[in-house]
Structures are given as structure tokens and as C-alpha cells.
Write a protein that binds this ligand. Structure first.
Ligand SMILES: Nc1ncnc2c1ncn2[C@@H]1O[C@H](COP(=O)(O)OP(=O)(O)O)[C@@H](O)[C@H]1O
Ligand SMILES: [Mg+2]
Length: 358
């Protein structure tokens, strides 16, 4: 079995490590000089929108998947006529546009924050009128790690938001005074066999994921999140790993966004679950039964951003994953996972490591 993966970043690298264990060969497509996944397989060095290179990847492999979301959907759809492409390009089409994504949530009865499409400067005033303050303006496309967002806290800032983001497709979102954030990670194979990981509790700093902990101690929310995940998986006839980010407000969940790929908030599954999200993605797209998503304990993950301090390398209580990337401010360079017998112990271990490395 040979799998072609568009993107050779850390997600590709961790897919590559899982593939080695499953006896699957991987080839990657990525424009970078020394991408993290290069140690796991051959890399076709080309732009993500290079149609010839994408076709070459398809010709060399049995199945094509992607770990990077900004791939032209039309190119994937064309490929899909000759080789299986998973997750289905229609899922990616929704994920690439926050408006389409929100409309999908709404059509499936999945609750979400009120929003308003921004086509011109005046629309921000209408959104302020209807949705109130604070108001989050987001680019509809290409946003990640909190980039392409502006939070209007006072009305005069509407001009600043427009100066910064105007000229792109935009959407305004009501501010959600959430209690905390969670994600659900699900996996579905070609036959529709589905498995879900327990609800994960996430903390973001400056729009970037900081820590993830699983299981979130919230049975009712877990049931609700699982229900929303299953609606998405089934509606999209989804194949592979899907991640859904949600806001917790009291006893309810509001969907924020989804990612049709393996996800940072699921990195804890490498040590913390019987089968990692990476193995499960590969199993699902090759139409094998999903592996057990049972927990091996109380898991926590801390992202290492901008630098991997010596203390992170010295830690004995956690598992360091160094993606081998050049340090740069705001860049995800690695993560540390801890697995403990209790939530208290997990939280203590994670806090101690966080104290040393941040
Ligand atoms: N409407 C909102 N209300 C409150 N916080 C928000 C809202 N939208 C985004 N955020 C915060 O910003 C983070 C990043 O936003 P998100 O929409 O997930 O974009 P990205 O694609 O960059 O991850 C969220 O995880 C959350 O912490
Ligand atoms: Mg997000």
C-alpha cells in the first residue's frame, strides 16, 4: 500500500511515522526545502497548486490524502476520477470557506454563534447593530492559528478592522463568552465504520493552541459533541479523521470550525489512546476497521511554539516530539505529551512542564 500525502509538515511527519508501523509507504508533496516529513518518505518538491505534481503524486500512489487545507479543491476532484482521494474534496470545500462551513453546521442542526456576511465596510455597521460588541471579523478563507482575525471591542475600531482585512472575503461573528473550548476527533472509513475519541479540552493563547487535555470530564457535552460529529461524518460521507472545534457555554456547545484532517488537539492520542489519530486516519482511508480509541490514561499535550527550550528536552515526565523545524517566532516546533493515572496528576505534570518551558 502506497499513500500520497499533500503536505509534509509535522502532521505529514506523524502520519509517516504511523505509516511505517502499519507497513504503508508514503510519498509527500510540499514546496519546502527541508519539510519535517522528509524523513518518512520521498517528497515531490512543488507548489500545492501545481496540477502536474499533484497528478504525479496520484500516479505514484494507491490513495491520495492531505494534511494541508489550502489545496485547490478542483484539482482534488479531478484526481478523484482516477484514484481515491480522502477526505472527500467536498468536505475540504466547506472547510476552506467559513461561510460554507457555518451554513453546513446550520443545515445539520448544529448550533453555532450568530454571524453576518461582510461584503463591504457598511456591512460591519449592520453586523455591529445585529450582533453587538465584541465582534469578531474573520477572513472567510486561509485563516489559521488566529491569523486573519480582528476583534472589534469598541465601535470606532470598525475602521481599523476594515483597514486591516478589507478587500478579502470576510465574515463577522458574534463574540462567544465561552466557559472553555473543546474538540471532538472522529474517524470514519470507506464502509462508514466510525470511531470517536473522547472530548478534548483545549486552551488557546493568542489564537494558537496551547494545551489539550483528554478526557474532558463532561459526559453530557461528550454525548452532544459526539452527536454533532456523527452528523458531519455521515452527511459528508466522510473518510478519514475529522476534527470539530466547539465552544462550551453552560450545558451547550457551539460549533466553531472543523478541519478535514488530523488535528493538533489530537496529538495526545499518540501516547494517550490505544490507536493514534494518525494510525486511524491511515486505516480509515485504506478501508480497514478503525482501531480502538480507548484511553490509556488521562492525557495532556503542551505545544512548543517559537523555541524548544533545554528544559523541554530534559523532561522525564513527558514525551517530547520535536518536528525538526527551524525555530521562528509563533511557529509550532514540537509538543510534549503526558499520560497519568488521574486528571489531577495529569494537570500537575502538565503545569510543571509548562512552568519550565514557557
Ligand atoms: N466568536 C468567537 N468568540 C470568542 N472567541 C473566539 C471566537 N472566534 C474565535 N475565537 C478564539 O480564537 C481562536 C481561533 O479562532 P478560530 O476561528 O478557531 O480560527 P483558526 O482557524 O485560526 O483556528 C479560537 O479557538 C477561540 O479561542
Ligand atoms: Mg481554530
Amino acid at each position: 500500500m502506497r499513500i500520497g500525502i499533500i503536505g509534509a509538515g509535522q502532521l505529514g511527519q506523524m502520519l509517516g511515522f504511523a505509516a511505517e508501523e502499519l507497513g504503508i509507504e508514503c510519498e509527500f508533496l510540499d514546496p519546502s526545502e527541508h519539510p519535517p516529513a522528509a524523513e518518512c518518505g520521498h517528497v515531490i518538491r512543488a507548489a500545492f497548486d501545481d496540477a502536474d505534481a499533484i497528478e504525479q503524486l496520484a500516479a505514484n500512489n494507491d490513495i491520495v490524502t492531505y494534511e494541508f487545507e489550502n489545496v485547490p479543491v478542483a484539482a482534488l476532484e479531478r484526481l478523484g476520477e482516477t484514484v481515491p482521494v480522502y477526505p472527500p474534496p467536498a468536505a475540504l470545500r466547506h472547510a476552506q470557506d467559513r461561510l460554507a462551513e457555518k451554513q453546513l453546521f446550520a443545515s445539520l442542526g448544529i448550533p453555532l454563534a450568530a454571524f453576518h456576511v461582510i461584503d463591504g465596510r457598511d456591512d460591519i455597521d449592520v453586523a455591529l447593530e445585529q450582533l453587538g460588541l465584541p465582534l469578531v471579523i474573520k477572513t472567510r478563507r486561509l485563516g489559521y492559528d488566529g491569523k486573519g482575525q480582528f476583534v472589534i471591542r469598541e465601535k470606532p475600531q470598525a475602521d481599523d478592522a476594515w483597514d486591516e482585512l478589507g478587500g478579502q472575503l470576510l465574515i463577522a461573528e458574534q463574540w462567544v463568552p465561552f466557559d472553555y473550548e473543546v474538540s471532538v476527533i472522529g474517524v470514519r472509513n470507506v464502509d462508514g465504520d466510525t470511531a470517536l475519541y473522547p472530548l478534548t479540552r483545549n486552551v488557546h493563547r493568542n489564537g494558537i493552541l496551547h494545551t489539550s487535555c483528554a478526557p474532558a470530564d463532561a459526559p453530557l457535552l461528550t454525548e452532544l459533541g459526539s452527536d454533532y460529529m456523527r452528523r458531519l461524518l455521515d452527511h459528508l460521507d466522510y473518510v478519514g479523521v475529522l476534527a470539530l472545534e466547539l465552544f462550551v457555554v453552560g450545558d451547550s456547545l457551539l460549533a466553531n470550525e472543523f478541519a478535514p484532517r488530523v488535528h493538533n488537539s489530537g496529538h495526545w492520542t499518540i501516547e494517550g489512546a490505544a490507536t493514534s489519530q494518525f494510525s486511524n486516519h491511515l486505516l480509515a482511508i485504506s478501508n480497514k476497521s478503525p482501531g480502538s480509541t480507548a484511553l490509556r490514561g488521562h492525557a495532556g499535550m503542551l505545544n512548543l511554539i517559537g523555541t524548544i527550550p533545554a528544559a523541554a528536552r530534559a523532561t522525564k515526565s513527558g514525551n517530547l516530539h520535536d518536528y525538526g523545524k527551524e525555530p521562528r517566532e509563533g511557529r509550532k516546533l514540537g509538543h510534549i505529551t503526558v499520560v497519568a493515572d488521574s486528571a489531577e496528576q495529569r494537570d500537575q505534570l502538565l503545569a510543571a512542564i509548562a512552568d519550565c518551558v514557557t
